[in-house]
Design a protein around this ligand. Structure first.
Ligand code: F6P
Length: 323
């Protein structure tokens, strides 16, 4: 039986991280396992900055966005010295298992860490981008896409009143999954994402062919798209289609905050609960996920390989429904 585990949240925060933290702490507590929460992700492991998490430490957080454990993108953890300091602290506290809630950068860090220390490590996928292999939805994605849809609905009202084109930029450095789902749900007319080859000519032809009766037009662009983002797309349209009135809206970090949706809280709770059970059964170097409603485990090495292809049907659907 393990007696003591460590928990941290790392990388960009995402709504639902707190629900997952609560599930880890309360499950551990149920099995008489002590939990230390390291603050600001790997930075806390390096600096030995931690709090002991008891049952009551996680009261009243399931509905809150952000992460009570704070988070960071740790550059020091990418160095041998940083990892060595983190390993020392894990030994010092006699930690027998580690749960990391984070995205691909965090799991790459976990891979490096497990080369230096032989304790079980389990990852819970926490990122709004949904760009990890081995889960249908990452913690944060559902809330983020709902935030985006709510924002685009509002933009649609003003776009419709002014007969305007809006180019809306959403998050997703390497992945267009936030853009894809929110474009479908908001009835967007076009989608530009890193997974699809950018074709300026095709975009201009599409814009010129939009029905004359269509008053508002929304183009959803993922920040990592080859076009260079919303302002670049706007420049291109202004140059080739000056007849259109056009505005840009960059949604930014509002996508990372807010109260997690019901689905998020449930998934995060299932993942946190199963992460502790996985440590207890000796599983290691794996990310927990939910695929077709079942809990599954994917080795970190595989989980961090980005989705490369979007579902063609969904891409076609945007074209047909938004034309
Ligand atoms: O990885 C999640 C994410 O929100 C990306 O979509 C975005 O590109 C990035 O984080 C922004 O990170 P930061 O808040 O560190 O600027």
């Amino acid at each position: 039986m393990i007696k003591k585990i460590a928990l941290l949240t790392s990388g960009g925060d995402s709504p639902g991280m707190n629900a997952c933290t609560r599930a880890v702490v309360r499950t551990a507590n149920h099995y008489n396992i002590q939990t230390l929460g390291f603050l600001r992700g790997y930075e806390g492991l390096i600096d030995n900055n931690f709090v002991e998490l008891k049952r009551e430490s996680v009261s009243n957080i399931i509905h809150k966005g952000g992460t009570i454990l704070k988070t960071a993108r740790s550059e020091r953890f990418m160095t041998e010295k940083g990892i060595a300091m983190a390993v020392d602290n894990l030994f010092k506290h006699e930690i027998e298992g580690l749960v990391i809630i984070g995205g691909d950068g965090s799991f790459k860090g976990a891979i490096d860490l497990t080369k230096h220390i032989n304790i079980p490590v389990i990852g819970c996928p926490g990122t709004i981008d949904n760009d990890l292999i081995g889960t249908d939805f990452t913690i944060g994605y559902d809330t983020a896409i709902n935030t985006v849809v709510e924002a685009i609905d509002k933009i649609r009202d003003t776009a419709e009143s002014h007969d305007r084109i809006f180019v809306v930029e959403v998050m997703g450095r390497d992945a267009g999954l936030i853009a894809l789902r929110s474009a479908i749900a908001s009835g967007a007319e076009a989608l530009l994402v890193p997974e699809l080859k950018h074709d300026s000519e095709a975009l201009i032809v599409k814009i010129k062919n939009w029905r004359a009766t269509k008053s508002s037009k929304i183009i959803v662009v993922a920040e990592g798209d080859e076009s260079g983002g919303a302002f670049k797309v706007a420049e291109l349209i202004k140059k080739h289609c000056p007849e259109f009135d056009l505005r840009v809206s960059i949604l930014g970090h509002i996508q990372r905050g807010g109260n997690p949706t019901c689905m998020e809280r449930v998934n995060a709770s299932i993942m946190g609960f199963n992460a502790v059970k996985a440590l207890m059964s000796g599983r290691t170097r794996e990310m927990i996920g939910i695929v077709n409603k079942k809990v599954v485990f994917t080795p970190f090495e595989k989980a961090v390989k980005h989705h490369e292809k979007l579902n063609d049907d969904l891409v076609e659907l945007i074209d047909i429904l938004g034309s």
